[in-house]
Design a protein around this ligand. Structure first.
Ligand code: SAM
Length: 661
């Protein structure tokens, strides 16, 4: 687990890191120094005005108080008044994130940045290792905050093209105070991630830093330092090298996305339309129902919380960061006036039996997660948090809660439509996909739509209905959620309870309770027997409690099919063609270091976005942001290991490596 920085403020009010005994910025006008050293010496202004891509990417070593970021954002805003600019993507690495309170105190020193500082402070994440993607200015500004040592973070970045970074702010405490950071491996990694022509600027003039950057491939020169400082170093990488962390069998190639079709009407489709619209990309959605969210996204109250294991595994990393991103996204939408019923009331995972209790104890003992994310409560504390008496201890995810999935889906899609770039065709059942020379054609029984440059199949359990998607090994699991009338005690419940199923705080006098798991049917009919099962399960764990005893009758139910894969992870990317993959990557049977053939990609431009199971509210926003970032050749928010874990080729690659196919 990473630690927050220990800091104090010196007599000038400048923050000082206790562990490094160094200031975060200069005592004499740190803002002016930041502007001169990093912004001016990288020539960011001129380059923003003359950029060759829709996004300009700056990477920084050491986020600290965020002063560099905020200054860059302010300058960007100033330029935006009179120019059309690329979107700004700022990546910053931070080993010891300063606490939220220290961030606010430190930034209070800059009244001219107050507006920006307040927005940063609102989204500033907890000290959890990995990439936190923050978005500002209606998606124009992206901040990827990679918490953890830069030496660990850079190798975990998912990257497959000839560089992703345009400019480096090589900050960090002075080399003499922080020698571990200023290593050749860092300079080499900077070169690996740089585009041709990428620049760097650093406040230090230390000879070994300049020589190290030269050795990594940068042309370096000394220039006048800020104020009384004699020198600093700047430089440029003439030509990107061929580094890629993503191997060829897990590539996600850039796409034209010039005319996009989305098949499906759930939360995934809405998030996709939203991500595309933020990049100025138009989409047309096709939904077989007469409105959005009639499939798996149609419960009244869906719990939004991360599924965490004791260890920092790829699935846990995926869900932890997905959850934090989803919550920021939903809160932003709500703040913009897109309404949906929800409550960030926490989710309490109850240790209802011995095996759950042991699992939870294991998670607590391993101490891999910050308390701000998940923390243990004994039965008494759990009861206090819940507002009703509970017989079990548990793990409390305080930031979690529930949302109304259908209203949320409408809200996300309305935000996408606000841009004028998303339109929808309802009551349109797409039955067949045709890859014509002009692009993809979508056939319903009576009409042909297209051609489209790209088609995204986000159709839940129907995603494998097309000839091209048939081999996607989807599993459908039917689930029924029952609605039960609240009683006087149960109305007091203040948090979502998870036992084997879940139980929500009352909304409009009803709780949601469920859900059943049924692998053998895809029926969406409500079954009386499933209501009985849901009630029996609640009674099994809580039958003796006053809240359960106060409950009234079951008044309704909803059933849907959750769509998932054998490894319980979603799948996002180009639809794999098993024959093509097996032929191209045949050498994987011998090992990873033998050459590969070229892919013929019969499904180029056709993607699946599915398999979210019961966790789409949590995992759809970030995984879809990751897919769209990859297709647009932008920095990706998920690490390489998570990229691979959700990649559609994973099952074929696994079987080739194991020599099973
Ligand atoms: N750029 C910051 C700003 O605008 O406020 C100031 C950065 S401060 C001088 C240096 C930062 O580098 C500290 O926050 C420190 O924790 C971070 N740092 C030091 N070593 C690091 C490492 N190995 N990986 C990532 N961050 C590191």
């Amino acid at each position: 687990m990473i630690k927050n920085a220990q800091i104090h403020f010196n007599e000038m009010g400048t923050p000082v890191a206790d562990d490094f005994d160094d200031v975060y910025f200069s005592n004499d006008d740190g803002l002016a120094e930041s502007h001169y050293v990093f912004f001016t010496q990288n020539q960011i202004e001129q380059r923003l005005l003359n950029h060759d891509q829709p996004h300009f990417v700056i990477a920084e070593t050491g986020f600290g108080t965020g002063l560099n970021f905020l200054n860059t954002w302010q300058q960007y805003d100033r330029l935006k008044q009179s120019h059309t600019l690329p979107r700004l993507h700022f990546i910053s690495f931070e080993k010891f994130p300063i606490s939220h309170a220290d961030l606010s105190t430190a930034l209070a020193a800059w009244p001219t940045l107050a507006d920006y500082a307040q927005q940063l402070s609102q989204q500033y994440p907890m000290a959890l290792a990995g990439c936190h993607r923050l978005e500002f200015d209606n998606g124009n500004i992206t901040l990827d905050l990679w918490f953890g040592d830069v030496h660990d973070s850079i190798p975990s970045i998912s990257c497959q093209s000839a560089g992703i970074i345009d400019a480096w702010f090589l900050d960090g405490f002075a080399p003499s105070k922080n020698p571990d950071m200023w290593q050749q491996s860092l300079f080499n990694a900077m070169a690996d991630l740089s585009r041709s022509g990428a620049t760097f600027a650093t406040f230090t003039a230390a000879g070994f830093v300049r020589r190290g950057l030269q050795q990594a491939g940068f042309d370096c020169k000394k220039v006048k330092g800020y104020g009384r400082k004699r020198e600093m170093v700047i430089g440029q990488l003439p030509c990107a090298n061929s580094y890629a962390s993503t191997p060829p069998y897990y590539q996600t190639s850039c796409a034209s996305l010039s005319n996009v079709a989305i098949i499906g009407g759930g939360i995934a489709s809405a998030c996709l339309a939203y991500q595309l619209s933020k990049r100025g990309i138009k989409s047309t959605l096709f939904c077989q129902d007469d409105a959005l969210a009639k499939g798996a996204s149609h419960n009244r109250q869906g719990a939004v919380y991360p599924n965490l294991q004791a260890d920092h595994t790829p699935p846990s990393e995926l869900y932890a960061h997905s959850f934090l991103y989803a919550k920021r996204f939903y809160e932003q939408l709500h703040a913009l006036g897109f309404e949906f019923a929800h409550q960030w009331c926490g989710v309490l995972l109850q240790a209802v039996n011995e095996s759950k209790s042991a699992q939870q104890q294991n998670l607590v003992d391993k101490k891999k997660w910050p308390d701000a994310l998940i923390r243990p409560l004994n039965a008494l504390q759990a009861s206090e948090v819940a507002g009703v008496s509970l017989p079990y201890s548990g793990l409390f995810i305080e930031q979690a809660g529930w949302v109304n999935p259908a209203q949320l889906t409408d809200a996300v899609y309305a935000a996408a439509q606000d841009s004028g770039r998303a339109k929808a065709n309802f009551n349109t059942d797409i039955e067949r996909l045709e890859h014509s020379p002009d692009g993809w054609l979508l056939h319903s029984q009576t009409q042909v739509f297209g051609p489209f440059s790209d088609v995204f199949v986000c159709a839940g359990e129907h995603s494998d209905r097309f000839e091209q998607t048939q081999s996607v090994a989807l599993q459908g699991v039917r689930g029924q959620v029952s609605h039960i009338q609240a009683g006087d005690v149960s109305s007091e419940l203040k948090t979502v309870l998870c036992h084997k199923g879940y139980f929500t705080p009352a909304q409009n006098g009803q709780h949601c309770m469920g859900a059943t798991f049924d692998k053998d049917t895809k029926s969406r009919e409500v079954k009386e027997q499933d209501n009985v099962t849901n009630r029996a399960q609640l009674n099994k764990f809580y039958g003796q409690t006053p809240f359960a005893q106060s409950l009234g009758e079951i008044s309704g139910a909803k059933a849907a099919v959750r769509c998932c894969f054998a490894d319980h992870l979603p799948m996002l990317g180009q639809v794999p063609d098993q024959q093509d993959l097996t032929r191209t990557f045949a050498n994987l049977r011998k090992g990873k270091h033998y050459g590969f053939e070229a892919l013929s990609e019969p499904n180029k431009g056709l993607y699946v976005v599915t398999g979210f199971g019961a966790r789409g509210l949590c995992s759809a926003p970030l995984t879809i942001a990751h897919l769209v970032s990859s297709l647009c050749n932008e920095p990706r928010p998920l690490s390489e290991r998570v990229h691979q874990a959700i990649h559609p080729n994973r099952f074929v690659v696994r079987d080739l490596i194991r020599n099973k196919i």
